[in-house]
Design a binder for this molecule. Structure first.
Ligand code: JHZ
Length: 410
């Protein structure tokens, strides 16, 4: 692990720290039964703002192999909402770009093939790239050809030589995961066809700050993006941020940036850039008191859980999500406050939450045990999960949403 020397985008050494979440275990390093008694690796989790290019980033750097190869059990296909969103994205691209049997779509961080399979079904040639071995194998098995490698300029050059340029590159929830940002974007610039399109999705730093989604900060996420930061980053590599779409219900507020070698900036993209300057997202003051708000959530949540436990209530949690790991570790929510965690992902079941060690059980445990309250660690899927848990709610079960302010629903 090393501390970054300067801004991951522009290289400025004037980074201004504004939040420390202490020293936490890796968010996706779910612990196996045999390893429960061994000490876990912990790393500082500090966030800084770059006044030169507006990029928000963490200052420590855990090697990506440790994050995405050794300790990565995230499979995209466990959310119906994400699957619907991804299918609409794929079908929209096929239509808008006139994609067919002669085209090539490359997805970076293609996970288990959750998105590319829609192109495969439509007869559009695809290539997935994802270093997580089990996810890449699952995708290949499902008919989505996938390279289990990290993406960067070296791979991009090889792909151009072997396959030619890509008509469309999709990079969803990956640009946050890249320590060598300039190499990554340069790779996309190399791989995309001169008249091609790159779409990049990532949670919006404005939502992170305004809805206090501090738990989405963890070592896998090196960077937290505004349109301003993306614009400056891609222009450095001869690409242009031409258009912006907003999905308020995805991962707490997600932007999709349309990036291309040809400059064709839409009114919407211009409006986003102007709004960010007006709102102050491009200056340190916007972030300065975020830490105080986060400490408040921690104190309120701990008080709420302690009160419920003192009243003899049984409390569990839903979602062994990476963000859940940040939350329970930062707020020190141990098994005294929350007994167990449920998750649909079969690869996570049977393991334990990093640091605080709640056992992870199948979702059915909620009806078997009928806890009084369930802390919704995967709050980004609140609607989907609460709908799925109608019976638990009908029997009197209630959920606790941790952010932006801890509160009980329904
Ligand atoms: P979820 C992931 O973060 C990982 P996480 C990653 N680092 C990233 O960037 C973001 O996504 C965008 C489960 N679940 O998706 C599945 C159910 O059990 O919010 C997951 O384990 N039942 C790549 O890990 C967890 O909850 C359900 O009905 O914070 C949710 O994790 C649903 C919908 C999910 O991401």
């Amino acid at each position: 692990m090393t501390a970054a020397l300067g801004c991951r985008s522009c290289g400025s050494t004037e980074l201004k720290p504004f939040l420390s979440l202490g020293t936490t275990p890796l968010a996706d390093a779910l612990v196996t039964e045999e390893k429960l008694t061994e000490p876990e690796a912990r790393f500082p989790l500090e966030v800084a703002f770059c006044p030169a290019c507006s990029l928000v980033q963490i200052t420590e750097e855990v090697p990506p192999e440790q994050l995405f190869v050794d300790n990565y059990l995230y499979f995209s296909s466990f959310s119906d909402h994400l699957l619907r969103h991804s299918r609409a994205h794929a079908l929209g691209l096929i239509e808008a770009r006139g994609l067919g049997a002669e085209s090539l779509v490359v997805e970076i961080a293609s996970n288990d093939g959750y998105l590319l399979r829609n192109f495969v079904e439509a007869g559009v040639p695809v290539l997935g790239v994802d270093p997580a071995p089990d996810q890449a194998a699952a995708a290949t098995e499902a008919g989505v050809p996938t390279l289990a490698e990290f993406f960067g300029t070296a791979l991009a050059e090889r792909l151009v030589a072997e396959r030619g340029h890509a008509d469309v590159i999709i990079a969803n929830n990956v640009m946050a995961h890249v320590p060598e940002l300039n190499d990554f974007v340069a790779g996309m610039a190399t791989l995309v066809a001169p008249d091609g399109l790159i779409t990049v999705e990532n949670p919006y730093v404005r939502d992170l700050v305004e809805h206090r989604e501090f738990d989405t900060i963890y070592h896998e996420h090196f960077c937290y993006y505004s349109c301003t930061a993306v614009d400056k980053l891609v222009r450095r590599h001869g690409l242009f941020l031409n258009h912006v779409e907003y999905f308020p219900d995805l991962h707490g507020g997600t932007l999709r940036w349309h990036i291309a070698p040809r400059e064709d900036v839409s009114a919407t993209a211009r409006e986003y850039l102007e709004a960010e300057a007006e709102t102050g997202l491009t200056a340190f003051d916007y972030y300065a008191d975020f830490g105080v708000a986060v400490e408040r959530i921690r104190a309120d949540l701990r008080a709420l859980l302690a009160g419920l436990r003192a009243d003899g209530k049984k409390v569990a949690a839903y979602g062994a999500a990476a963000k859940g790991s940040t939350l329970v570790n930062y707020a020190e929510i141990g098994t005294d406050l929350v007994e167990f965690v449920v998750d649909r992902n079969v690869h996570k079941q049977g393991r334990y939450m990093p640091g605080v060690h709640q056992p992870i059980r199948p979702v059915e445990a909620l009806l078997d045990e009928q806890p009084d309250y369930v802390l919704l660690l995967a709050w980004n899927f609140a609607e989907e999960i609460m709908k799925q848990q109608e019976e638990f709610i009908r029997r009197g079960g209630r959920f606790i949403l941790p952010v932006p302010t801890p509160r009980i629903v329904p």
